[in-house]
Design a protein around this ligand. Structure first.
Ligand SMILES: [Zn+2]
Length: 220
């Protein structure tokens, strides 16, 4: 089976730079950027291009949604300013998550999901997406779950493997319901992941075409 990408695709980085991602996805990208110098540099280049483009555009009134996104983006950028990848301590909480995690991972009120898994919900995005931490004990495996939308995962501590390969701290993974997999945390230490799952009533991409009768009619 082909190994899954461990960096955000360029389109996602461009959307992050343009502040057009939902907050939940922006938190995943930002957590990855703190660990990945290559993607960090790409975003800096995109930010430079974006500001050049902005200077060429005529001013127009911003919508309240755009303003909210810009404020969220600014919050994250402010935290990123001091977060050069080479300066990051490997065991630290990403700066963009420190607004939710002030005292480190150990003191969070973790909720037991199964003998191997604990979770802690950080927030819900305005689009319904759940932003949570998953803590998988060494050698443990999450219970199989299904979801309609995409699932974004960033490995914050430790590593895990599945049928497609071995994934390490900082890796960024996107999976949809078509990806069936059985991840297992490494035997030597626990694995902590940032996980974003889209809301159960939100259908995207391929599924939305199947489920929307008006769109489906145009394909027959
Ligand atoms: Zn990267």
């Amino acid at each position: 089976m082909e190994k899954i990408l461990t960096h955000p695709v360029d389109e996602l980085l461009a959307s992050f730079s343009a502040a057009s991602l939902p907050l939940s996805q922006a938190l995943c990208i930002s957590s990855h950027l703190e660990r990945c110098a290559a993607c960090h540099q790409k975003v800096q280049r995109l930010n430079g291009l974006g500001s050049e483009l902005m200077q060429q555009l005529k001013p127009s009134p911003a919508s309240s949604e755009l303003k909210e996104r810009m404020i969220n983006r600014l919050d994250i950028l402010t935290q990123e300013t001091h977060a050069r990848p080479q300066e990051t301590h490997v065991s630290s909480v990403p700066r963009c998550l420190q607004q939710f995690i002030q005292t480190g991972y150990d003191k969070l009120p973790w909720r037991r999901v199964s003998p191997d898994i604990h979770n802690y919900e950080l927030c819900r995005d305005s689009n319904g997406a759940k932003v949570e931490l998953l803590r998988i004990k060494a050698g443990g495996s999450p219970t199989t779950h299904t979801h309609m939308g995409d699932e974004y995962t960033v490995i914050l501590e430790g590593s895990f493997s599945d049928e497609t390969g071995l994934y390490h701290q900082g890796d960024f993974l996107v999976r949809d319901a078509r990806h069936k997999h059985t991840p297992v945390a490494s035997q030597d230490r626990e694995c902590i992941c940032l996980a974003v799952t889209e809301g159960p009533i939100q259908f995207t991409g391929f599924f939305s075409r199947l489920l929307n009768p008006f769109v489906r009619r145009s394909y027959t």
